[in-house]
Design a binder for this molecule. Structure first.
Ligand code: PYC
Length: 327
């Protein structure tokens, strides 16, 4: 693709008016793309636009994600202008408690949504995010491969003392968000154990925080990823990923799979270009590969499928006591 990408036109509106959204799911995990009506966040970097969204318009995040219009599992994606001429659009991802760096399932959902709306054609495009640009190859109306930001294993085999679980070992890795990856899940990886998985992951997260285990630059580790054997013959591993707001990822988690690949690469157990099929706790799959980058980092590619499932206008009536969500 040439340097000057065809731009997606981003329509902004005065705060408080209606928002046009398109809902999709990627491997079961929902994404709600705000396609029109977001606030004007200026023309700065995506990191600065995210700061403005957070500081000046957090009501938008709450209105889009929280009940009565949304749900805890939902990830929002606000289309923004981008100063990067190579990118079709900027995107800021957010959830029920705050803002994400990158979101793999969300980037696949955004690309499929843009194609559904006729705003991009199939083929290569780039998206600008607060943690860097990502390349997307839309190989079909529902199929995309996202080349994620550089990912790396920060600390291997860290031991933490976890309330009720004893000593738990895991790796700290960056895949566009910070993850603690535990190879042997302490609870069976199925939906019948959702509550116990959530509780175990919450306790691990609390132990990391109280024992001072953090990512680079003291970053909070806000995603916990538990692994076990897959159910499908063609898969390599199954996971359960707890997101920062205590909802679990229905997909295998694009940034979490990127973090996993970084750890496998660091251990020399997965070669560049070799496929890794990650299964989610609901039995959906991503296929991932990596190429090496400088300083022991990798560039992961995540392939998955998304389906648009709704188009809607979110109405925030001035008199509605819950116009900005509940909570
Ligand atoms: O797919 O990267 C991902 C993701 C992060 C949080 C939920 N999904």
């Amino acid at each position: 693709m040439g340097l000057l990408a065809r731009k997606v036109v981003v329509v902004t509106a005065a705060a408080g008016t209606s928002l046009r959204v398109v809902d999709s799911h990627t491997a079961g995990e929902p994404t709600r793309v705000v396609v029109d009506g977001g606030p004007d966040l200026g023309n700065g970097s995506l990191a600065s636009q995210r700061r403005r969204l957070q500081d000046e318009h957090d009501d938008l995040r709450r209105a889009v994600i929280l009940e009565p219009r949304g749900s805890d599992a939902l990830v929002g994606a606000l289309l923004c202008r981008t100063p990067n001429k190579a990118c079709a659009a900027g995107v800021i991802f957010f959830n029920n408690v705050g803002y994400l760096g990158m979101c793999g399932h969300g980037a696949i959902g955004v690309a499929v949504t843009l194609a559904h709306l006729g705003r991009v054609e199939l083929g290569a495009l780039r998206l600008d995010t607060p943690v860097g640009t990502v390349a997307v190859d839309l190989t079909g109306p529902n199929d995309a491969t996202v080349e994620n930001v550089e990912s790396y294993c920060w600390r291997a085999d860290v031991a933490v003392d976890v309330d009720g679980l004893g000593t738990v070992h895991g790796d700290v890795a960056w895949g566009g968000n910070w993850f603690f990856l535990v190879d042997r899940a302490p609870v069976p990886l199925d939906l019948a154990h959702e509550a116990a998985l959530t509780e175990a992951a919450r306790r691990i997260k609390a132990a990391l925080a109280s024992q001072g285990v953090r990512g680079a630059d003291g970053a909070e580790i806000d995603h916990i990823e538990l692994f076990g054997p897959p159910r499908a013959d063609h898969a390599d591993s199954r996971n359960f990923v707890l997101c920062p707001g205590d909802a679990y990822d229905r997909s295998p988690c694009g940034t979490g799979t990127s973090a996993k690949l970084a750890c496998l690469a660091a251990r020399g157990t997965l070669a560049p270009g070799e496929p890794w099929v990650q299964e989610s706790v609901i039995g959906s799959h991503f296929t991932a590969r990596y190429r090496p980058a400088a300083n022991g980092r990798i560039v992961p590619s995540i392939s998955g499928q998304a389906y648009v499932c709704a188009e809607a206008t979110l109405i925030r009536h001035a008199a509605d006591p819950f116009r900005d969500g509940i909570g």
